[in-house]
Design a protein around this ligand. Structure first.
Ligand code: ADP
Length: 470
């Protein structure tokens, strides 16, 4: 049953129906025209012969009529015109017939065409002749004297066998032409349908394999048409899906790994507290360690929540002043930095620089960059926030005089869970997600983020957003 619903079957059936209809219409027209052409030709030929003969006949029908002479005259004309020739006088009596044996000589011809001709009009008709057992075309032409008096009629009849044979040949030819056209169109449409449906079947197979969990699919296609473009889009989709799935699996494994480390430490600490008698001072130290591990877990969960929030698209963008946002954040963090022995300074211009952004997310970006500057800069260091416009972009720079990042690691630091120095990051309460969050927020704002850093001298983190006019 599925075969009848297939594009291949429907395309072929549609093409065949169309070509059959077209060929039928063409055949009908052509056959009609040819039939009329042949019949007319025959009639014109008979008419011409009749008119020529009537000029001869005028003299012969006057006065004494010689039926023997007229019959041999009829016979002569009959031979040349390939038709039976009958001469009739003004009373309807046959006075000459090209058929000698069994002819109509001396009989009255009661024929409608003859009656009409005797009344002065040329008349023709088609009938079946029992004598020759075939259809015949016949014509009756009045013979007139100079004063228009009708003195007789010439009656001509010829067999339609030749014409009918030609028309039968034409019918066979048209039938064969229709069959040939249907064979060509049918074959062509099967080839065409196969060209269309081949890649579609391949696509279906690949999609089926994907639905069964085998995401690593790629279709080889050569055409540039709609199906080629569909296959290309399919390949892109499959690649992306494959990438996301692999990433998701890696992310889940990374999260499990990140959670396992503090949990293992906490488990060890709890067991020690439970199983060993300890001095109150030592107990306190263990509980503080437990607290630190718990803080780390909470920070990790918070960052993970932050990342998942970014996946949601329902956020409100608004026009905000970067000057105000940065001034506020410097004010909020100044004391925290001072406590760590660091100097936090801002270079914010008087000119207001505005961007289109989600304020809460931009605050998160600056906060993460400041946290890192604080964590990786030793006491006595300096952290500065600068704001400036470069062309169509508003650029924020967070610079520190900290440890810096090795060149070979700089391209990885924006990846989830990447840390240059794992132990140090953990010590500072880092989750390895801070810069990944920064990078995703800036990407959602259609901006750019990058780092310039030299090991031992410090780092500068930049993010650029499109400037918005006042
Ligand atoms: P973390 O929570 O570990 O800080 P981030 O994603 O914020 O994770 O940063 C990734 C890594 O990049 C950090 O572990 C650290 O090695 C490095 N890094 C980030 N910021 C700085 C900085 N200001 N100075 C030096 N190293 C940095």
């Amino acid at each position: 049953m599925a075969r009848f619903y297939s594009i291949r079957f429907r395309l072929t059936a549609t093409f065949l129906t169309i070509i059959l209809a077209v060929m039928l219409i063409i055949s009908l027209f052509l056959y009609n025209i040819l039939e009329r052409y042949h019949m007319n030709n025959l009639l014109i030929h008979l008419e011409r012969t009749g008119f020529l003969a009537s000029e001869f006949l005028v003299g012969h029908l006057r006065g004494q009529i010689d039926t023997i002479r007229l019959s041999s005259l009829a016979e002569n004309i009959s031979r040349q015109a390939d038709a039976r020739v009958v001469f009739i006088d003004d009373k309807g009596l046959v006075v000459g017939d090209s058929v000698r044996v069994g002819g109509l000589l001396n009989q009255t011809l009661e024929h409608e065409d003859v009656q009409i001709a005797l009344a002065g009009e040329v008349s023709s008709s088609t009938t079946y002749s029992t004598r020759i057992e075939h259809q015949v075309k016949q014509i009756a032409i009045p013979v007139k004297e100079d004063n228009n008096t009708i003195i007789g009629v010439i009656f001509l009849s010829t067999s339609l066998e030749g014409v009918n044979q030609t028309l039968a040949d034409i019918r066979i030819f048209l039938f064969l032409a229709t069959l040939l056209a249907m064979a060509v169109v049918g074959g062509g449409s099967v080839v065409l349908a196969r060209r269309f449906t081949g890649p579609l079947e391949e696509l279906t197979m690949a999609a089926k394999k994907m639905s069964e969990g085998n995401l690593d699919q790629h279709i080889v296609f050569s055409s540039e048409d709609e199906i080629g473009r569909l296959a290309e889009q399919f390949n892109i989709m499959a690649r992306r899906l494959n990438y996301y799935t692999k990433n998701l699996k890696k992310f889940a494994a990374d999260v499990a790994h990140e959670v396992r480390t503090p949990l293992t430490t906490m488990s060890l600490l709890t067991k020690s507290l439970k199983e060993h008698d300890m001095e109150p001072k030592q107990q306190k130290e263990f509980i503080e360690d437990l607290d630190n591990e718990l803080d780390r877990l909470v920070a990790l969960v918070n960052d993970l929540l932050e990342l998942s929030k970014l996946e949601k698209n329902k956020v409100e963008y608004e026009k905000i002043s970067m000057n105000t946002l940065l001034q506020d954040m410097i004010g909020e963090n100044k004391y925290r930095f001072e406590r760590a022995g660091l100097n936090l300074a801002g270079f914010i211009p008087d000119q207001s620089l505005k961007v289109f952004a989600v304020p809460r997310q931009l605050r998160q970006v600056v906060s993460n960059l400041l946290d890192n500057a604080l964590n990786y800069t030793p006491p006595g260091g300096m952290v500065t926030i600068s704001l400036y416009q470069d062309g169509s972009e508003v650029i924020t720079k967070v610079e520190d005089t900290g440890s810096g990042i090795p060149k070979e690691d700089q391209s990885f630091i924006f990846e989830r869970f990447f840390r240059v120095d794992r132990a140090r990051s953990r010590e500072g309460g880092g989750t390895g997600l801070g810069l990944a969050i920064v990078s995703e927020i800036i990407a959602k704002h259609n901006g750019r983020v990058w780092v310039e850093s030299e090991e031992g001298r410090g780092s500068s983190f930049y993010f650029a957003l499109t400037a918005v006019e006042e």
